[in-house]
Design a protein around this ligand. Structure first.
Ligand code: FE
Ligand code: CA
Length: 519
């Protein structure tokens, strides 16, 4: 990407009419219909994103998103003020059809711990102005970090009011823990809204279309335009309950990897991720950490791509199932992994090197032990979450202590319910001390697990301090040197686009005292 002078930029803007005449999309349409986003804030910069899609749901292979198969030059600006008068950086970037006309601009050389604004121009049209920020300088004494975390936003199940209320809180960061889209078509519940194409996403065209549809949502667009995000995926970005190359429908692993490659590519194209996260075929390195001065290190983990094959994988179905040592001793395999060897090793090294006061981990599935009945009523464990890979969980929790990760807090999605859990080296020992805390956000829209059944299970597990599946919403964390507060935010009605929000539970974790305390 080349930097242009301010005069050069104005000349580009002034010739907008000429550019518009040759723009590769229908005149009169807004090429920025999917809005803007920013992510991965560092002390010196962040990523800004947009995708040109003047007709977002156009599935015609000749004009996907309403764009002809030609490259388009965009101009971008980053400014210190919302009026975009104090320009800090500007430049030109090319939107290419092979990247769905999405652009990711990685900013460097900006000042730490300050707000910035950004926008794009193409074909005489201007994007909305986005708001973002840089992280504090390395090691800086920071008094506060406010973040909200989200998971499980199924378009079909309702409106994204939770995203609107997250934006209204104006946190420093939004953290997406997976199931940002859903690939399938809802058959169990009457949909509130429909997936526009009427097919399960299985290839590049249909995954791209799914992201485009979700990004037409005004609440999600406004959230991305106002807060930088960190993001990892769970299963529905590809397929329900998949693990590595092992699909729910027992597809040929090589064929499934082709599907995964398409899904990962569409994910990267639509999220404000760095170029380093761009997939190479079915592989993409999206795990990493973000430092917030001396206050917090936030690890974002990938617990799907490198997983062991699900224990007792096979007929009739390849996804999660409830197993135990009698029905499936394989689940106790000491070599079983959720993160893969390379990510586990990196995690240990980066924990040991961290000097942050708080250690936060964003990841997809329930980490604390959950004992639940199998079909015969015997106690068992769900193979799609950490309880189905106990050796991997034991290593993670042991590493928290061995690597002296200060004040560990795991942020979790997937299970469509709020949980507050004490993480322990031995969940069976009620008197064992907590070594960390798990906060589980509920879903943005996806239906909760059955309340009565899971509330009864939760009551039988002393490490579970709170369970609630009847609300949709998210969790907001207010992190300060001495104390982290968690607010469990619930919306009034997922079927109401104007739903209100309220706090249904509060927990705190004190510096130096592992484990959650009700507040
Ligand atoms: Fe989900
Ligand atoms: Ca999931």
């Amino acid at each position: 990407m080349t930097l242009v002078t301010r005069r050069g930029f104005l000349a580009t803007a002034a010739s907008a009419a000429i550019v518009a005449a040759c723009a590769p999309y229908a005149r009169g349409r807004d090429p920025f219909a999917l809005g803007v986003a920013s992510g991965d804030p560092a002390p010196n910069g962040f990523v800004i994103w947009t995708r040109l899609a003047p007709n977002p749901l156009d599935l015609d292979p000749a004009t996907p998103g309403g764009m002809e198969a030609r490259a388009v030059e965009l101009t971008w600006q980053v400014a210190e003020d919302e009026a975009m008068t104090r320009i800090a950086r500007q430049g030109v970037v090319v939107a290419r059809p092979e990247r769905a006309h999405a652009v990711h601009v990685e900013l460097e050389g900006l000042a730490p711990d300050r707000r910035y604004f950004y926008r794009f121009f193409a074909g005489g049209a201007a994007s909305p102005i986005g708001r973002t920020r840089t992280a504090p300088a390395p090691g800086a004494a920071v008094e506060q970090l406010r973040l909200s975390f989200a998971s499980c936003s199924d378009w079909q199940q309702g409106y994204f009011s939770a995203y609107r209320h997250m934006a209204a809180e104006a946190p420093d960061l939004v953290v997406f823990l997976g199931d940002y889209i859903y690939e399938f078509l809802e058959k169990r519940w009457a949909p509130v809204r429909l997936h526009s194409d009427g097919v399960e996403a299985t290839d590049l065209r249909t995954y791209r279309n799914r992201y485009a549809q979700y990004r037409t949502d005004p609440d999600l667009q406004a959230l991305h335009a106002s807060v930088p995000c960190l993001a990892t995926w769970d299963d529905h970005e590809v397929q329900n309950d998949y693990a590595d190359r092992w699909s729910q429908d027992l597809a040929d692993p090589e064929a499934f990897l082709r599907r995964r490659a398409a899904a990962y590519r569409a994910y990267w194209e639509h999220m404000p991720l760095r170029n380093a996260a761009r997939p190479n075929g079915p592989d993409a390195t999206i795990y990493g950490f973000t430092d917030w001065g001396a206050l917090a290190r936030i690890w974002m983990l990938d617990q799907r791509q490198y997983r062991s094959r699900p224990p007792c994988y096979g007929r009739p179905r390849g996804g999660g199932q409830v197993v135990n040592a009698t029905t499936c001793p394989e689940y106790l395999d000491p070599a079983s992994t959720m993160l893969g060897a390379a990510q586990e090793q990196w995690l240990g090294e980066t924990m040991r090197a961290s000097r942050a006061r708080w250690s936060l981990f964003g990841q997809g599935t329930l980490m604390a032990e959950l004992v639940q009945p199998d079909r015969s009523g015997a106690s068992g464990y769900w193979t799609d979450a950490w309880s189905g890979h106990p050796a991997a969980r034991d290593r993670f929790i042991a590493q928290l202590t061995e690597a002296r990760a200060a004040n560990p807090i795991v942020m979790t999605g997937d299970i469509h319910s709020f949980w507050t859990n004490a993480l322990k080296r031995d969940f069976r020992d009620a008197s064992a001390p907590a070594v960390g805390t798990e906060f589980v956000g509920t879903s943005i829209t996806s239906p909760g697990v059955p309340y009565d059944e899971f509330a009864a299970l939760a009551r039988a597990m002393p490490h579970v301090r709170y369970f609630e599946s009847r609300y949709r919403g998210y969790v907001s964390l207010d992190i300060a040197p001495a104390l982290t507060r968690a607010s469990y935010r619930a919306i009034s009605d997922v079927r109401d686009p104007q739903a209100s929000v309220s706090t249904v539970a509060r927990f705190v974790v004190e510096d130096g005292k592992p484990g959650p305390v009700e507040a």
